[in-house]
Ligand binder design. Structure first.
Ligand code: ATP
Length: 297
């Protein structure tokens, strides 16, 4: 099986409000797929449907080859999901929590202990390993929650805004862990509001806007869609004074410089490559057509 997630015409409304609107996409095995979108775009609802926590009103979704609606137990056996801090016992230490979780996942006593040592180290909880979780900061709790979703390697790992609340070092460490897991063949489906995160991690990105996919493709393809490089002029204070989009060709670059010359502009000229921010702002602006765009390889 090469397809890990297959979604067709998925739709979900809360009362009259359509939150997920006719979604279609598929994710290959071993792929890191990021669902990006502003607040309220429908990211969590989509993840909840794919992880069997919520049922869709219509459409279908297969995860690891099983139907999320009619074969939910089979799906649950093959996935893991972050954000289940409800599963964390405040009265236990971090180590005890990981061991308990590992035992529930079917690991033997020795294997559970070994796994806890690895995960406590990996998620930078060594100093707090034997501390009761009740005393943890928000970031420590978040790291423990993440550690639990890595106790066993699932076929498909769902991470709902995994790095929210993490400091830079923890964020980068988690990215590394995600890369390792994906390198081992696990499919990773993550939601994020951080464009850099999607850019760093994802093989492909879907930008969700008002419950619909407004853009879908590799980070490079999405960036190239919003145009070529931009010639920017900053004044001595570093304030952006002028931005002239180009198609990336030498002739167009020269034209942009001629424009600045003709205007008698003063300051420092630089070339800015399109970023995912440009993509995000372009496709999630209120004036943007909500028609799904074609995927670019
Ligand atoms: N159980 C519910 N009942 C009613 N409305 C809901 C429910 N769950 C979500 N919604 C609404 O659906 C919309 C999409 O919510 P969702 O949590 O999926 O968005 P999101 O993209 O994950 O947003 P965020 O980035 O803020 O987490 C929001 O307007 C939200 O208020």
């Amino acid at each position: 099986m090469t397809t890990a997630i297959e979604v067709h015409g998925l739709r979900k409304a809360f009362r009259e409000k359509v939150v997920v609107d006719d979604l279609d996409f598929s994710v290959s095995r071993g792929e890191v797929f990021a669902l990006l979108g502003p607040n309220g775009a429908g990211k969590t609802t989509t993840i909840n449907i794919l992880t069997t926590l919520t049922s869709a009103d219509s459409g279908s979704a297969l995860v690891a080859g099983w139907d999320v609606r009619s074969q939910s137990t089979e799906v649950q056996r093959r996935i893991s999901l972050t954000g289940q801090s409800a599963a964390v016992d405040d009265a236990l230490s971090a180590t005890e929590n990981v061991i308990m979780f590992a035992r529930l996942a079917g690991l033997g006593r020795g294997a559970a202990r070994r796994r806890s040592v690895e995960l406590i180290e990996q998620f930078d909880l060594v100093d707090a390993a034997s501390q009761r979780v009740r005393t943890f900061s928000g970031g420590m709790r978040r790291r423990l929650d993440l550690a639990l979703s890595f106790v066993v390697t699932p076929e498909v790992l769902f991470l709902d805004e995994p790095t929210t609340g993490l400091d830079t070092r923890s964020r980068r460490a988690l990215w590394e862990t995600i890369r390792q897991v994906a390198g081992g063949g696990t499919t990773v489906f993550l939601t994020t509001q951080y464009l850099e995160e999607a850019d760093q991690l994802a093989d492909r990105i879907a930008v969700l806007h008002d419950g619909r996919i407004a853009a879908l493709g590799t980070p490079a393809a999405l960036k190239s869609r919003v145009g070529g490089d931009t010639v920017e002029l900053h004044d001595v204070r570093g304030t952006l004074r002028r931005a002239i989009p180009t198609d990336g060709s030498i002739a167009d670059l020269r034209r942009a410089l001629d424009v600045l010359d003709a205007e008698g502009a003063e300051g420092t000229v630089s070339l800015r490559r399109p970023s995912l921010d440009d993509v995000f702002l372009a496709v999630t602006s209120p004036t943007h057509s909500s028609l799904p765009m074609k995927e670019h390889a």
